[in-house]
Every structure is written in C-alpha cells, then in structure tokens.
Design a protein around this ligand. Structure first.
Ligand code: C2E
Ligand code: CA
Ligand code: CA
Length: 453
C-alpha cells in the first residue's frame, strides 16, 4: 500500500507530461502542445481534409518595454496577453505561447482567408487596449500571420513555416499588420529574399553607384551643391529603384552597410569639386534610430578627409517621429560636428509645424508634389508661398524639389524661394558626368582645373 500523500508512478508521469506541454509563465500550452494539437486535427481530418487555421501572434515593441520597465513588467504583459487571447478566441480553439512574445492560436472552425482576417482584426483590437502595470499603463500592438490547412501545408512543419512566412511579412510592413499565407505571398517574400541577396552581393562588390543631382541658387541658377542618389543596376534584376532597395535594406537590417558604402563614394567624388559646393546625403529613418550613426558618419568623413561643414544630411519627418528622443540626440551630435540637417519631402506625410520648432534644422526641402502643381493650381501656390515665408521667419534655407520647367523656376524665384533642384537644372548623373557639368556651369572651376592640368 502506498501512503496517501504520494503520487503513483502513473500520475507523476502524467504530471511530467503536462509540464512538458505547458508554458510555466502563462499556463498556456507551449510549442509541443501546438504541434500535438495541429497533428491531432490534421489526423482527424485526414480522409476529408476540412480546412482549419493556425495563426501566429507577435507583439510589436515588446522588447523596448521589457528593457525599459524590466522583465517583471514584461512577464506581467505576457500573462495579460495570454488571458486576453484565451478570452477572445472561439470555443474549441487552442492558444499557446512560444519563445518570448510569440503566441499561436489553432482555430478549428476557420477555413478561409476572409474569416482568418476577421479573427486577426479582432485579436489585434483586443491586444491593443492598454496594459495595466500598476503604476502605469502601456500600449502595444501586434502583428499576425495565418496559415490555412491544408493549402498552406498538410504537415505540421510546413503549416508552421507558412504561418511564420505570413507573420514575417506582417512584421516587415510595420506594426499591427495581418497576413494570411498564399502562394502569391510566398512568391513576394522569395523575390524580396533574392533581391536582398543580390543587394548584399552588390554592396560587397562595390556595385551600388552614387549619382549626383545639382541644387542651384534660383536667382542665377548657379549650382551650390549636389544631392547624392543611390543607383543599382543588377545584372539579373536590371535597374532597381532606390525607393525599392533602400527600404529593403532598412527592413533586413543592413542599411548601415549600404549607407556607409554610398557616403564613402559620394564623399570621395565631392573632393574633386570646387570647395564651396556642398554634398547633400540622404539618411534613412533606421539610421536615425541608431545611436552609432553619428560616429559611423564621422569616421567615414575622417578617413576620406572630408570636411563635415561641406555635408548636409537629408532626413524625413517620419524618421524623426518614430523615435523622437534618439533622433534629436543624433541630430544634435551631427550639428555639433558641423554637419547641416535638411528636412526632406516637406509637406507630405505627417508634417507637423511643432517639429520645426522642436528640432534644429538648417534647411527644408519642399516636396515635388507642391512644386509640380504650382503653375496649375492656386492652392499649391499659396502653400508654397506660406512655407517660404515661414522658413524666412525660422531662418531656414529652402529648396524646392522637382522643378521641371522654366515656368516653375520663374514662379518659385518670384515667391522668394532661395534654391531649387529638378530635371530642369539637371538630372542625377554619375561622378564623371557631374565633373563635366561642373566644367560647363562653373567658370572658376574650369580655370582652376586647367591650371591643375
Ligand atoms: P528623394 O530624397 O526625395 O530624392 C529625390 C527624388 O526625386 C530622386 O529619385 C530624384 O531622381 C527625383 N527627382 C529629382 N528631380 C526630379 C524632377 O524634376 N522630376 C521628377 N519626376 N523627379 C525628380 P530617386 O533617385 O529615384 O530616389 C528616390 C528616393 O530614394 C529618394 O527620394 C530617397 O528617399 C531614396 N534614396 C535615394 N538615394 C538614397 C540614399 O543614398 N540613401 C537613402 N537613405 N535614401 C536614398
Ligand atoms: Ca532627398
Ligand atoms: Ca525629397
């Protein structure tokens, strides 16, 4: 006979097994439970493969909260998430937690994209309500990726992989996105991965080029500087626009590699121009969130012998918005080193006049959208006029972007705009063509150059 307070070997085996399938923090099932559940459902439906859905849920911005408020607060949020998920999924569904802030839901009655999306939206809404941490509330959003059995995979591993691909796509798009796996999405992701590999290869082989577009003083059309613009012509993919490959490098986390290679090239080319010309270089939003940016840039300038006072960095408002404190610090450090900061694409996106007051900018670039409609529509003319007047008051220099015609240049001149840029003055061209352009437009340079020759 065994004493009452002892468990039988059978019972302890069961207990151990339960533990192996349970996430100790939240009490939900773990990865093993998910696998077991999916395999069980698939086996049940083997003869008549009625669809069901697996969803992965990943919190956005969980890590900074964990870092900032401590793991205890992080654990508390994970428990609240677990609770909310359990409460909102339909009867018969299973919720599990995996590593860190990733959860999964198995939804036996959801069998196609639209219902999966609807369920995703509901989960997203439930998770975005504030989390109570005792002395404070925090808000989080979540990304979701769904895979419908058996289309997205008839085996657990394939289904899981498809759900991960869908989740990865959501994450790449930013916060709060929902993706249901399909073959089109798989193809899209594959193309992006191929492009990523080709781009990494091009960076290593120094095959990404820099072109230069003149920025002129409007009253006499004299070039005062150039904007550096990245160009990539891949042997297989052909010409790829920087508005495609720059965001890709940002998403895949190697924008610093790309940007460093480009800045080095641009700085080297600028050294052959007359000294008074500045170089304007685009900084990506990811770089404004990384405190190493300043020292990286200064190191490149030092190694190429480039005077920081000749450099301007173009940044966008979205970049400043995403992580204001870090951005402010980086901007201040760069300005302390003598680099000027220009606010790019002004008037598009989430323009806020408050930011012009809070951040120290030197220059503002009026977006092409206003410039191209200035001669056709009175409203644009008034907006441009107001921006120019405001910049005068704030002692900001102004560049109008995307000037394509004499008429546009004339109007902007009349409105008192200091500088202009656009096809009318010159399209972006490579370093050699830029030198030829300078010889045509820059008398002193021609003389100095002849003297050097
Ligand atoms: P952006 O910084 O606004 O650059 C201006 C874009 O307008 C360039 O496009 C330029 O070629 C184009 N443009 C200039 N004048 C005219 C004009 O008169 N008419 C028209 N229709 N377009 C004009 P591009 O070179 O395709 O670059 C697109 C965007 O890619 C840039 O927009 C910038 O956001 C990004 N980008 C380009 N090079 C770099 C880079 O080296 N680093 C980073 N982070 N971003 C870059
Ligand atoms: Ca720019
Ligand atoms: Ca621009």
């Amino acid at each position: 006979m065994r004493p009452d307070n002892r468990t039988s070997p059978d019972e302890s085996h069961k207990e151990l097994q339960a533990m192996a399938y349970t996430d100790s923090l939240t009490g939900l099932g773990n990865r093993h439970r998910l696998r077991e559940k999916v395999k069980h459902l698939a086996a049940e439906r083997a003869d008549d493969p009625a669809p069901f859905t697996v969803g992965l849920v990943n919190l956005d911005g969980f890590k900074p909260i964990n870092d900032l408020f401590g793991t205890e607060a992080g654990d508390e949020i994970l428990c609240q998430v677990a609770h909310r998920l359990k409460a909102c999924v339909p009867d018969g569904a299973t919720v599990t937690r995996h590593d860190g802030d990733e959860f999964a839901v198995v939804l036996p009655l959801i069998c196609e994209r639209v219902s999966a999306e609807r369920m995703g939206q509901m989960i997203k809404d439930v998770l975005s309500a504030p989390y109570d941490l005792g002395d404070r509330n925090v808000r989080l959003s979540a990304c979701l990726g769904f895979a419908v059995y058996p289309f997205a995979g008839a085996e657990f591993e394939d289904l899981q992989k498809s759900a991960e691909t869908a989740l990865y796509r959501s994450k790449r798009r930013g916060r709060g996105h929902i993706t249901v796996y399909s073959s089109e999405i798989a193809q899209e992701m594959m193309r992006a991965t191929q492009m990523e590999q080709a781009l990494r290869h091009a960076i290593i082989n120094d095959a990404v080029e820099v072109y230069f577009q003149p920025i002129v003083r409007l009253f006499d059309n004299r070039p005062v500087g150039f904007e550096a613009l990245a160009r990539w012509n891949d042997p297989d993919l052909g010409f790829v626009s920087p508005s495609v490959f720059v965001p890709l490098a940002e998403e895949r986390g190697f924008i610093d590699l790309l940007s460093e290679a480009l800045l080095r090239k641009a700085a080297e080319a600028t050294l052959t121009w007359p000294r008074e010309l500045f170089l304007s270089f685009n900084l990506s939003s990811a770089q404004l969130m990384d405190l190493r940016t300043t020292s990286n840039i200064l190191a490149i300038l030092a190694s190429t012998g480039f005077d920081p006072h000749r450099l301007e960095l173009e940044i966008t408002e979205t970049a400043v918005m995403t992580s204001a404190e870090t951005a402010e610090r980086i901007i201040q450090d760069l300005r302390d080193a003598g680099i000027r900061i220009s606010l790019d694409d002004f008037g598009t996106g989430q323009s806020s006049l408050g930011r012009l007051r809070d951040f120290a900018f030197d220059k503002l670039k009026i977006d092409r959208a206003f410039v191209s409609s200035i001669s056709k529509d009175r409203a644009s003319e008034h907006i441009v006029k107001a921006i120019i007047t405001m910049c005068e008051g704030l002692e900001l220099q102004v560049v109008a972007e995307g000037i394509e015609t004499e008429a546009e240049a004339k109007m902007l001149r009349a409105l008192g705009c200091g500088m202009g840029q656009g096809y009318y003055f010159g399209k972006p061209v490579d370093a050699a063509a830029t030198l030829r352009y300078l010889k045509q437009h820059f008398h002193e340079f021609t003389v100095a150059d002849r003297m050097n020759a």
